[in-house]
Design a protein around this ligand. Structure first.
Ligand code: MRU
Length: 336
């Protein structure tokens, strides 16, 4: 079986290649994207998703779009760069990795002349991708301590291979533990309304040969009370200076239930997900999604469909990063 790569370069390095997650688990459809509109559409429709993956997609996507439009002319690329960056950043507001990656490319652009612009941006987009792979590996290695042989792990949404350029964040220790021969069982919350847990986490784990049980979101509290789970690990879209965590809607409820039943609740994320400039979870912009994601409703029914929620730092047992387990406050931290 080929290694799974959710986001990266096309083989000729002229396009952004994604595994289109809208088709999973039914079909593995790879798509090559070149224009900015294609990249933004893929991010908005969750064809590519997960905080680190959309950061990598934005970086590679911006570079290939600029190269394509400018036909290699640095001055022409610079003329449209800022407008493209603003549109990309606005495509999904909650995950900091997207604005972090685009901001990093803008800083590179500011430091070089037009003659070197496209080469420098390409090199940094590749660095962002490669660093993501390395960060996932490091998270996995540090996380092996909390996934002993026989561990039973509950996770929410998908923070695995499909959400990064590498082996994932929350699922990285699970993948590595399995590769080491440890027996691990994962409980995957279905993750309403887009079912990332049922469609994506279950598919990814099955593909890797890791036992997985899917449960409806509403069953998570009962499962935690039943004694069937040793620990919870979830990913993050943004970690604020005080340690509050934005992640997929429903995460907060899982954290509350885990605390009520004395089960450790870990957040796993690369350093690029820490946002020291945002003080608390109350300051995070939460993306709201269209009503039709909730399926059939009576005509005229009002809908509240936030894509993310905030788990307060008090409920988090540990922050697993590529630099090991870290503790808030994160106010003074610097980037990668
Ligand atoms: O809306 P999604 O599917 O992009 O939401 C993804 C999540 O909430 C993940 O848990 C988070 O981005 C971390 S992915 C390593």
């Amino acid at each position: 079986m080929l290694p799974l790569v959710a986001v990266g370069w096309s083989p000729d390095h002229r396009a952004l290649r994604i595994l289109d997650q809208r088709h999973l688990p039914g079909a593995e459809v790879m798509r090559d994207l070149v224009t900015l509109d294609e990249v933004i559409d893929a991010i908005c429709t969750l064809a590519v998703r997960g905080a680190p993956a959309i950061g990598v997609a934005a970086a590679i996507g911006l570079v290939v779009a600029l190269e394509h439009e400018s036909e290699g002319c640095g001055a022409r690329a610079r003329a449209v760069l800022m407008g493209h960056a603003v549109r990309l950043i606005a495509s999904r507001p909650t995950a900091v990795n997207l604005s972090w990656a685009v901001g990093r490319l803008l800083a590179v652009a500011a430091a070089v002349g037009d003659d070197r612009l496209l080469t420098a941006l390409r090199a940094d987009a590749e660095a962002i991708r490669a660093e993501d792979v390395a960060m996932c590996d490091a998270i996995g290695r540090f996380g092996l301590d909390i996934v002993p042989d026989g561990a039973r792990v509950l996770t929410h949404c998908n923070a695995g291979l499909l959400a990064t350029a590498g082996i994932g964040t929350a699922l990285a220790p699970v993948h590595l533990a399995h590769r080491e021969g440890r027996r691990v069982h994962v409980y995957a919350d279905e993750t309403r309304p887009l079912r990332q847990g049922a469609r994506l986490t279950a598919w990814e784990l099955q593909r890797a040969g890791i036992p997985v049980t899917v449960l409806p979101d509403g069953a998570a509290a009962s499962l935690l009370r039943s004694g069937a789970v040793d620990l919870v690990i979830v990913g993050a879209d943004r970690i604020t200076a005080n340690g509050d965590v934005a992640n997929k809607i429903g995460t907060y409820g899982v954290a509350l239930a885990a605390r009520a039943h004395g089960i450790p609740f870990y957040v796993a994320a690369p350093w690029s997900t820490i946002d020291p400039a945002t003080q608390t979870g109350a300051d995070i912009e939460i993306e709201h999604r269209p009503p039709d994601e909730l399926g059939d409703l009576p005509v005229g029914a009002r809908v509240w469909n936030p894509a993310f929620d905030v788990t307060p730092h008090e409920l988090i047992s540990g922050y697993l990063t590529d630099r090991g387990f870290v503790k808030p406050p994160f106010s003074g931290v610097t980037g990668v």
